[in-house]
Design a protein around this ligand. Structure first.
Ligand code: C2E
Ligand code: MG
Ligand code: MG
Ligand code: MG
Length: 289
């Protein structure tokens, strides 16, 4: 194999491109039916209050388990759905089901739904969300949406109007993956965000590199100064959590350290486990298992 050198590698490269191409073509051919036939499901990942370690809300994340190809990551099929004009159907389905699941959870735990740039044009989001809230008797205060900077930039005017309408109803609006993409700070003021989700790339080195921790602390401070609820995504270790507790103004945390995204049927139990009784001790206890 060492002998094959450049040509072999190039053949391998092209073979991989063919696989990717055919994989995507196959997914494209099957996605429309998958949406129509209910092959999509939702996973939920909890967000915790950093002080009490109680579950505040859960983020709904779309899952597609392809009958033959197995699980397809949302980072793959969501962009395909956007290309194919299917994203509105998916978002409408996610909103409805996320609200329905949330209404079954113990306490006042909220639910967050990711919205695409295309949804601002393809859907009447306020009407859709209103209907879902009425359908599941869920107060607006328990519903959140997450948008990325890219989504906002692509549909600036429409996004602005839609987000204002939603915010006026008491729906929380999170700016997702903050710090990646364009990161134009002026968007933080131009649009009615109530929450800032700092991208997990900011957390990677915080337990070992003081400058990385100071950068995260500065971003969190920026969010707090603008009266936003500040969330850190992608907390994977106890060391990262401790660094944030001691040195930043992060208020909520989400990540594999606490819980992976779970199937809907497992969420009520997780919430009950973390939110009953002496939650902080309980959280430490739960993490051991
Ligand atoms: P996101 O909205 O930023 O969601 C967080 C992603 O980070 C999820 O990936 C989650 O599983 C992952 N994650 C959470 N904690 C950790 C951690 O500690 N370490 C690491 N390495 N990753 C962590 P997932 O479920 O694969 O979703 C990827 C992206 O796909 C989402 O990023 C979101 O942009 C998009 N997406 C997922 N579901 C939907 C949906 O229903 N609608 C839309 N429009 N987009 C969706
Ligand atoms: Mg999100
Ligand atoms: Mg995110
Ligand atoms: Mg992210």
């Amino acid at each position: 194999a060492a002998k094959s050198g450049g040509r072999g590698r190039s053949q391998l490269f092209h073979a991989q491109m063919d696989i990717d191409y055919h994989y995507r073509q196959r997914l494209k051919a099957d996605l429309r039916d998958a949406v129509a036939d209910g092959e999509l499901s939702l996973a939920f990942q909890p967000l915790f209050d950093i002080d009490t370690r109680r579950v505040v809300s859960c983020e709904a994340l779309a899952r597609w388990n392809h009958a033959e190809l197995g699980p397809v990551p949302p980072a793959t099929f969501i962009p395909l759905a956007e290309e194919m004009g299917l994203i509105s159907d998916i978002t409408a389905w996610v909103v409805k089901n996320a609200a329905r699941e949330c209404s079954q959870w113990p306490g006042a735990v909220g639910v967050a739904v990711n919205v695409s740039a295309r949804d601002f044009r393809g859907l009447d989001l306020p009407e859709l969300i209103d209907a879902a809230l009425v359908d599941s008797a869920l107060p607006a205060a328990r519903f959140e949406i997450e948008v990325t900077e890219t989504a906002v930039i692509e549909e600036r005017e429409l996004a602005n109007r839609t987000l204002k309408t939603l915010a006026d109803k008491g729906i929380a609006i999170a700016l997702d993956d903050f710090g990646t993409g364009y990161s134009s700070l002026s968007y933080l003021n131009a649009l009615p965000f109530t929450k800032l989700k700092i991208d997990r790339s900011f957390l990677v080195d915080i337990a070992t590199k003081p400058r990385a921790l100071r950068l995260l602390a500065s971003v969190a401070r920026l969010g707090r100064d603008l009266d936003l609820t500040v969330v850190a995504e992608g907390v994977e270790t106890e060391a990262q959590l401790e660094a944030m507790v001691a040195h930043t103004l992060v208020q909520q945390v989400q990540g594999y350290h606490f819980s992976r995204p779970l199937p809907a049927r497992d969420i009520s139990e997780l919430i009950a486990r973390f939110n009953s009784g002496a939650s902080k001790d309980q959280a430490a206890e739960n993490r051991k298992h």
